[in-house]
Design a protein around this ligand. Structure first.
Ligand code: HDE
Length: 698
């Protein structure tokens, strides 16, 4: 039976190397070298053959007896667990939190009082609406969840990249999610709010208007997970040693600066790279460019809160920084990519109810509902009550109680005692005076399904948000509304949304109505309270909150046969010196021969590496290559999209031929490749002044 296989695999011989396995029929399966541990079943039984199932004769039926095959297939059949109903698509990383400023005046939580000490963290960033396999760059709110493994148990700060939310009461969450997810009869659109059911619901929910302003702004198009802010959204409480309470709001501020894409770019990124954000985070961490955020707090007393012109328990409101300034108290650094996506990022189970002693909840009705939901969802998602024992979820401090058994119990508790009070075992766990306590509030209102009158102002902060934006951001927001509503088939839903906008800002309503081709403005929607004019809140802007730097950015350089070697080298060096990562792009991934005869390998092939994935691009081409690529659609798109997405472009003479073919104009962002310093400067920011010449925004 030692015949050669048709594909040329050598026939078996008695001299089988240790790294090869032989099938019944004598075929030899060559393995890569190395010293491999023996393959076993999950029961530890060594497996002799991982290529062939057990069958009755070489061409006979497979036997039920084959426990190796059955175990392998059974495990495979169960490899998927139910994905998260929201925030299914996410990427995570390990790191640490370091407290720089103690809050001991306000809290007894060690994680917020022991300065200089590093607390291990795991952070997961996510989109909300799409499934686990959906793209990274739709217009969507991003989850920003951080698990702190504190010495007093896990603290989960489960926030978003937007400081407010769509609804005021947990009762509405399933409705909101059903409205935004793909429509149940047709199962589309995936990961998109631009459809009838979402806007039907929104247009009937005035309380969502402030959040809609944020959601339609460039905030929901983050350039990178590393350039997003994060917010705890709700007010929480800090409790000191004596149980005194101070309200707190948590903010994450990216050290990389706040940065978004523009809509056309985000749309094209969906085809350029499904995993754009995940890859960016992975690559940054892999090259040692560890993303970092400041943790800041807003602190205020109950009495101060009484004076606010809004109710801070209403999660559709921000506490403007002019009212309560931010205090930076620490930093988070993400410095380690998970070893295994499923074991860590997929199985991580966050819960806003996980807080250590010294942190407590407010009565925000949305938060109150969340305190129930997350534990409940993990029971079905992770299959039972012992998910806290999965390594990514297990506290790093000792934990013990009398809970026992259940699906997937991993621990082996010892002894007779699993109850309290008990006297038979000295080491059984007991409650401790240092344990978690709740603030002794005196809420004596009447029971009822009521909503506070102080929650009735749905439009003032929405107006404040819109009017605080820079002009290009306002235009993006209005255009986003036009885009989304243009996908809505039902005319009355479009009209009802515009009638809501009239309560926020009439010029906005008019711009959207014009963009939709509406002939007349509908009446304003009935409002429980008319909008008040509030002072602007500059902190809501994206423009001006970024950093003018190349550090941590990504630059693409297009080259081809005969490109000027010295110029390419100088540009690459200047850009890398400024802290950016360089990707060399060529029509062929094998690269090309440069002007000095040297061969340059490419990092990416032109057709699969469009300019969308870079912050700025340079084009260094010989005269012939410039002419040839002027006939190549991917090259023309490379140049024209960089121009259209307000990015800096450096070029030489050959590159200029391509720029002309791509109809690229001229402004401060278009620089000679012979001036690397000018390119570094231009590439450090977006060319906002270019925008009005490029597209008709609403
Ligand atoms: Fe969540 N949310 N949520 N949410 N949420 C979940 O928990 C829920 C809300 C947020 O990376 C689920 O484990 C209710 C606000 C993030 O694993 C679920 C309500 C904010 C993540 C759930 C809200 C969030 C979730 C789905 C209204 C920002 C992903 C799977 C009462 C402050 C965490 C899971 C991760 C995930 C319920 C509203 C943030 C179903 C009922 C407001 C970042 O339990």
């Amino acid at each position: 039976m030692a015949a050669s296989k048709p594909n040329g695999t050598p026939a078996a011989s008695d001299n089988v190397p240790a790294t090869a396995q032989r099938g019944e029929g004598g075929e030899l399966h060559q393995q890569a070298g190395g010293s491999h541990p023996p393959l076993t079943t999950n029961q530890g039984i060594p497996v002799s053959d991982n290529q062939n199932s057990l069958r009755q004769g070489p061409r006979g039926p497979t036997l039920l007896e084959d426990f190796v095959l059955r175990e392998k297939i059974t495990h495979f059949d169960h490899e998927r667990i139910p994905e998260r109903i929201v925030h299914a698509r996410g990427s995570g990383a390990h790191g640490y939190f370091e407290l720089t400023h103690s809050l001991e005046r306000y809290t007894r939580a060690k994680v917020l009082t022991e300065t200089g000490k590093r607390t291990e963290v795991f952070a997961r960033f996510s989109t909300v609406a799409g499934g686990a396999g959906s793209v990274d760059t739709p217009r969507d709110v991003r989850g920003f969840a951080v698990k702190f493994y504190t010495p007093e148990g896990n603290w989960d700060l489960v926030g978003n990249n937007i400081p407010v939310f769509f609804i005021q009461d947990a009762m509405k969450f399933p409705d909101l999610v059903h409205a935004v997810k793909m429509e149940p009869d047709r199962a589309f659109p995936q990961a998109a709010s631009a459809h009838d059911t979402f806007w039907d619901f929104i247009s009937l929910m005035p309380e969502s208007m402030h959040m809609i302003m944020w959601a339609m702004s460039d905030r929901t198009l983050p350039r990178s997970l590393r350039t997003m802010e994060g917010f705890g959204v709700h007010s929480f409480r800090l409790l000191d040693e004596d149980g005194n309470s101070t309200f707190v709001k948590f903010h994450w501020r990216p050290k990389q600066g706040l940065q978004s894409t523009i809509w056309d770019e985000a749309l094209k990124l969906q085809s350029a790279d499904n995993d754009f954000h995940r890859r960016d985070l992975f690559e940054a961490i892999s090259r040692g460019d560890f993303p970092e955020w400041e943790l800041a707090v807003q602190l205020f007393t109950e009495e101060e809160a009484e004076q606010f012109p809004f109710d801070h328990l209403d999660p559709t409101k921000i506490v403007p920084e002019s009212l309560v300034p931010l205090q930076v108290i620490g930093r988070m650094v993400l410095d380690r990519w998970p070893d295994n996506f499923f074991a860590e990022t997929e199985q991580v189970a966050f819960c806003p109810a996980n807080v250590p002693p010294g942190i407590d909840f407010s009565n925000d009705p949305l938060l109150q509902g969340r305190l129930f939901s997350y534990l409940d969802t993990q029971l079905s998602r992770l299959g039972g009550p012992n998910f806290h024992q999965i390594p990514i979820n297990a506290p790093r401090c000792p934990f013990a109680n009398n809970q026992r058994d259940g699906h997937m119990q991993m621990q082996v508790p010892k002894g007779r005692v699993a109850y309290e009070p008990s006297s038979l075992q000295d080491d059984s766990p007991r409650g401790t005076p240092r344990g978690f306590t709740s603030h002794a509030t005196a809420d004596d209102g009447r029971k009822g399904r009521t909503r506070a009158a102080s929650f009735a102002d749905h439009y003032s902060q929405a107006r404040m948000f819109f009017r605080s934006l820079e002009a290009p951001e306002q235009a993006h927001l209005a255009s986003a509304l036009v885009f989304e509503l243009s996908k809505v088939e039902t005319a009355k839903v479009r009209e009802r949304t515009v009638s809501q906008l009239r309560n926020i800002d009439d010029t906005l309503a008019q711009r959207v109505a014009d963009g939709l081709g509406m002939t007349a403005l509908p009446e304003p929607a009935p409002a429980a309270m008319p909008a008040q004019d509030l002072p602007p809140a500059p902190e809501v802007r994206v423009i001006g909150r970024g950093l003018e730097t190349l550090a941590g950015r990504s630059i693409g350089i297009l080259f081809d046969e005969g490109s000027d070697a010295a110029l390419l080298g100088a540009l690459k060096q200047a850009v890398q010196k400024a802290g950016a990562a360089v990707t060399l792009v060529a029509p062929k991934v094998g690269g090309a021969r440069l002007s000095d005869g040297s061969h340059q390998q490419a990092d990416g092939q032109l057709a699969g590496t469009p300019s969308e994935v870079f912050d700025a691009v340079a084009i260094v081409l010989s005269a012939e290559a410039g002419k040839a690529l002027a006939k190549e659609a991917a090259a023309i798109d490379f140049a024209s999209h960089a121009w259209a997405h307000l990015k800096a472009l450096a070029h030489d003479e050959g590159g200029k031929v391509l720029l002309q073919a791509a109809n690229v104009g001229n402004d401060e962002g278009i620089v000679e490749a012979t001036q690397p310093a000018a390119f570094v400067k231009a590439a450090s920011t977006r060319q906002w002044s270019r925008e009005p010449s490029l597209r008709l925004l609403a």
